[in-house]
Design a protein around this ligand. Structure first.
Ligand SMILES: *Cc1c(COP(=O)(O)O)cnc(C)c1O
Length: 481
């Protein structure tokens, strides 16, 4: 790798030189164009991407910080929210905002519930949010930022939230309950209707995280695939998030946060009247907001249309069905729980055959692999784009299983060794310390190998030459999806 640039060049570079350098940096990136990634990228078609760039470009310069300045964008945001509210069977009072992504939507869900409780239930001193263990980690992060206690509820055998455990944990400090439609790790949908009944009876807000499923499940239902009720048709559901920048196939940086009515949304807002810079009202986290992402979302929904999404979901589900059948045909592997949609997670049935070693074998063939824990598993976010590579993936998977079966020692090498070690450390706190160290190295600005030390061994704090040179821990950090 060439030296890092560490200062702004005195004289700007010619355009083609800038692009040449960018392209040279790209070598070694995950190969999404050949559909070798099973997360992170949602590719509809090259033509669609060009279309999105044009739509984004039309409003590239505009700023939605002050919606009064660019009424066009405010109108588009309102229309996208309305289109989504109708997709999720909201009523005439359903309202919401666009956000920068799923994490911001979830942050706002927690913020609104916290501030609603502050106002309506002032006796709550230690607010708690209840979320299934499978709920997205951004919720734990939101609670961390917002001073809300995060309570993880165990899962039932089928990986949906354990309703008995959930009921037991509800108390007078509970300000919000989370259900996922579906949850990311195993692709199953929590029993939203049952959860809604309980939450409605106790007047506790219920947020449905449909960040990944929001632009799949409604279309599955429309093409006649079974989908349990998960949206505003369930009375107790007070808010719902869906990421337009995943299966909505728009530019990155767009999710929708919907509320049943203004009595919930109003707690999302921040207002101030003391700033010398002017009277201030802000609907969500950012100040400056890119007009392009709203424009692209509006353009995507209007161009693809219901029929387009239905057709795309039909294809993605065909690929998913074939992937599941292919994995189930390998006797050494097992699907964790039958997924509701396009998220497939599988484990090794035989403890002597390391699923992470299988992952390493696939990675060596150029696949970008998502590894999970508890249980140790591999994860695929399937899209229609994977149709062309599915047979290759299954064939590489069969080869990988056979190879790891013949070479069990592979469990102690490569990333498999790292993940195996993490799984064996009984104290999550120790693992957290190691992840923290990885983060500090990654953001130190220095080109040092990202290694993770065995917490039980004496390690060099500086990550210098005495630190064990083990690679691969970076993907322990959950930035998948
Ligand atoms: C992706 C995802 C999120 C977070 O969304 P980002 O856009 O990555 O911030 C939240 N919940 C679920 C279920 C997801 O899959």
């Amino acid at each position: 790798m060439s030296e890092h640039i560490t200062a702004i060049p005195q004289n700007g570079l010619p355009e083609d030189e800038v692009f040449r350098q960018m392209d040279s940096y790209r070598v070694g990136d995950a190969d999404w164009r050949q559909a070798k990634t099973w997360s992170l990228v949602y590719h509809y078609s090259d033509e669609h991407t060009d279309f999105l760039k044009r739509a984004y470009g039309k409003f590239f310069t505009e700023n939605v910080l002050n919606p009064m300045a660019f009424k066009s964008l405010k109108r588009m945001e309102t229309e996208v929210v309305k289109m989504c509210a109708s997709l999720f069977n909201g009523g005439p009072d359903t309202v919401g905002t666009l956000t920068s992504g799923g994490s911001e939507s979830l942050f706002l869900a927690v913020k609104s519930a916290r501030d609603r409780a502050r106002k309506l239930r002032p006796l709550v001193r230690k607010p708690e949010m209840l979320a299934p263990e499978s709920a997205h980690v951004a919720l734990e992060k939101a609670c961390h930022y917002l001073g809300v206690k995060y309570v993880a509820i165990p899962l039932a055998e089928d990986k949906r939230v354990d309703m008995e455990a959930l009921k037991k944990r509800i108390n007078r400090n509970t300000i919000l309950v989370i259900g996922s439609a579906p949850q990311y790790p195993h692709g199953v949908i929590d029993p939203i209707a049952e959860m809604g009944e309980i939450c409605a009876a106790k007047d506790i807000p219920l947020h449905v995280d449909s960040c990944i499923g929001g632009f799949v499940l409604p279309f599955m239902e429309q093409i006649g695939r079974p989908v349990p009720l998960f949206d505003f048709r369930v009375k107790g559901v007070t808010s719902l998030s869906a990421d337009l920048h995943k299966y909505g196939y728009t530019a990155k940086g767009c999710s929708v946060m919907l509320y049943r009515d203004m009595s919930y949304l109003k707690y999302q807002f921040f207002v101030s009247s003391i700033w010398p810079g002017g009277l201030f009202g802000s609907p969500s986290v950012p100040g400056t907001r890119p007009g392009g992402s709203i424009a692209a979302a509006w353009a995507a929904l209007n161009k693809i249309g219901m029929k387009g999404y239905q057709e795309n979901v039909r294809k993605a589900m065909e690929v998913t069905d074939r992937l599941i059948a292919g994995i189930e045909a390998i006797p050494e592997l097992k699907i964790i729980s039958k997924p509701a949609m396009t998220l497939v997670a599988y484990v090794s049935r035989d403890p002597k055959i390391s699923i992470f070693a299988i992952g390493d074998q696939l990675a060596a063939k150029g696949w970008f692999i998502d590894r999970q824990q508890r249980p140790a598993s591999l994860h695929c976010t399937v899209t229609a784009h994977h149709a062309t590579v599915l047979e290759q993936y299954l064939s590489d998977l069969r080869t990988a299983v056979a190879h790891v079966k013949a070479h069990p020692e592979l469990a102690d090498q490569g990333e498999a060794a790292m993940y195996g070690m993490a799984a064996k450390i009984p104290m999550r706190g120790l693992v957290n310390v190691q992840i923290q160290k990885v983060m500090e190295k990654m953001y130190s600005g220095k080109d040092q190998p990202i290694t993770l030390d065995d917490p039980s061994s004496d390690t060099d704090e500086t990550g210098g030459p005495t630190a064990p040179k083990r690679r691969g821990w970076r993907r322990l950090i959950p930035w998948s999806a």
